[in-house]
Ligand binder design. Structure first.
Ligand SMILES: Nc1nc2c(ncn2[C@@H]2O[C@H](COP(=O)(O)OP(=O)(O)OP(=O)(O)O)[C@@H](O)[C@H]2O)c(=O)[nH]1
Ligand SMILES: [Mg+2]
Length: 211
């Protein structure tokens, strides 16, 4: 039986404690700000089907705890993620300074091909800003990350963050840079007929090889 989506992508939300990861996920799924958000214990899960360039994509999102004491638990969820939101808080330089560690973890434990978008959250707290847009965008460029500033409070750029990352994954599938059939790619086909339609060249190759 075919699923009612074209692709499934596994996503991670990572970054230091208190940066607003759970609030971002809640805003994305429920369309409103999560009042009285408390620290995540281990991991939380959310899913949503979005339309990306005419394809329906089922996003399976793992929101991880930022607190150090949960690190060994959360690390075990990294494997086979196709995309990640790496979140810092624009009003906390400390959370920005930890980005390199999070990035190393994501690239080593998830996949070197993981598509990561850097998220400067709490954009609404501009008067308390400790990290400029320019500084973070340079960091993103140097580390081959996409970049957006968001506010889980107002909802600004929250949908765009997930969509931007999904669009990049989809275009990498179309160009052949990402192979959904590779073990641990974090990508699955929902509709089996898509397997043939999206990359006809590869299928032909396979059929030729079968004899
Ligand atoms: N002003 C403002 N506050 C925010 C925003 N996003 C989150 N917060 C606040 O930041 C605090 C932490 O938010 P969480 O979403 O629980 O943070 P987290 O990153 O999930 O934290 P851990 O689960 O411990 O890793 C809460 O008090 C939120 O109300 C935002 O965009 N703007
Ligand atoms: Mg949380």
């Amino acid at each position: 039986m075919s699923e009612n989506y074209d692709f499934l992508f596994k996503f991670l939300v990572i970054g230091s404690a208190g940066t607003g990861k759970s609030c971002i996920l809640h805003q994305f799924i429920e369309g409103k700000f999560k009042q009285d958000s408390s620290h995540t214990i281990g991991v939380e899960f959310g899913s949503k089907v979005v339309n990306v360039g005419g394809k329906s994509v089922n996003l399976q999102i793992w929101d991880t705890a930022g607190q150090e004491r949960f690190r060994s638990v959360t690390r075990s969820y990294y494997r086979g993620a196709a995309g990640a939101l790496l979140v810092y808080d624009i009003s906390s330089r400390e959370t920005y300074n930890s980005l390199t560690n999070w990035l190393t973890d994501a690239r080593t434990l998830a996949s070197p091909n993981i598509v990561i978008i850097l998220i400067g959250n709490k954009k609404d707290l501009d008067s308390d800003r400790e990290v400029t847009f320019l500084e973070a965008s340079r960091f993103a460029q140097e580390n081959e990350l996409m970049f957006l500033e968001t506010s889980a409070l107002t909802g600004e750029n929250v949908d765009e963050a997930f969509l931007k990352c999904s669009r990049t994954i989809l275009s990498k599938i179309e160009t052949g840079e990402l192979d959904p059939d590779r073990m641990g790619s974090g990508i699955q086909y929902g509709d089996p007929s898509l397997r043939r339609s999206i990359r006809p060249g590869r299928q032909e190759e396979r059929q030729k090889c079968a004899c």
